[in-house]
Design a protein around this ligand. Structure first.
Ligand SMILES: [Mn+2]
Length: 276
């Protein structure tokens, strides 16, 4: 999906129910939220678009997850009413929660998947309790795309996906390509392996050029960049920061806001990307 290059883009990493932080980050980037929870379009921000890089659900508290879904749904409609200025990228959490609530027949329900549902996909229980939220989520899911690409000129482009993936799969619309752009090999299933060994292609394929690949998915202590590969999941729900990359013409810049402690933070050990 190609993005019009005349607009500016604010691309936000894994939100995971950090709705207060999302609002703060967007406010810092020129989008105020009004009393109806609508992002205000002004002459100063009307050329800007917002892109969520996937994984806006799960891990947060039920209250914050509900707020997140409501906020994104409301503003998806509101911001896109005149021209498209709000985009959603599908993350592995949207994918899995969708599979659970739609009773995907390819999802084997056994002890492990039931445990995972509680442990990693806590949005499922919330949606099962609140049918109106389930409807909002199902609609949001249909709005998600797997990748976007911004192309400024032959020397500068930015490809956006939730997960890092081998270059051969980037922007491929077949089933295998889509799967790879949504999720890479699991860290939790390979806890002893350093991240750079688990997904070696990320640094091996990195090039010293301005055809960037920006992704999230791998919670990090800070934005991690090696050549043209950039990870912007800075672990908001783990008490760190929520980050964004701003694409303007042929320039990238970054911004972030701290975790606001309005919900319980998760705990995890960072496994750092580009740790060499
Ligand atoms: Mn993810």
């Amino acid at each position: 999906m190609l993005l019009p290059s005349e607009n500016e883009y604010i691309v936000v990493g894994d939100v995971h129910g950090c709705i207060d932080e999302l609002k703060s980050l967007l406010q810092k980037q020129g989008f105020e939220t009004d009393e109806q929870e609508k992002l205000q379009i002004t002459p100063e921000n009307e050329h800007k678009s917002i892109i969520l890089l996937g994984d806006f659900i799960d891990k947060g508290s039920e209250e914050k997850l509900a707020e997140t879904i409501e906020f994104i749904h409301k503003n998806y409609q509101h911001l896109n009413s005149q021209r498209k200025r709000f985009y959603l990228i599908e993350g592995n959490h949207e994918d899995m929660v969708h599979r659970y609530i739609k009773n995907d027949p390819t999802l084997v329900i056994n002890e492990r998947t039931l445990r995972n549902k509680e442990k990693y996909y806590n949005t499922v229980a919330l949606l099962e309790k609140k049918p109106y939220l389930k409807e909002l989520f199902l609609e949001l899911y249909t709005f998600c795309d797997v990748w976007y690409k911004y192309s400024y000129n032959e020397n500068f482009s930015v490809t956006l996906t939730h997960a890092p993936c081998e270059e051969q799969y980037l922007t491929q619309n077949n089933a295998e390509g889509q799967k790879k752009m949504i999720k890479c090999i699991s860290r939790s299933k390979n806890p002893t392996l350093p991240l750079d060994e688990l997904i070696p292609y990320t640094h091996q394929e990195a090039k010293q050029n301005q055809h960037y690949h920006v992704f999230g998915h791998l919670s990090q202590p800070s934005i991690r960049q090696y050549r043209n590969k950039i990870c912007i999941d800075t672990s908001a729900i783990y008490g760190n920061t929520l980050s964004c990359v701003i694409i303007k013409n042929n320039q990238l810049s970054f911004d972030d806001v701290p975790f606001e402690a309005k919900q319980k933070k998760g705990s995890q050990t960072y496994n750092t990307l580009f740790d060499f």
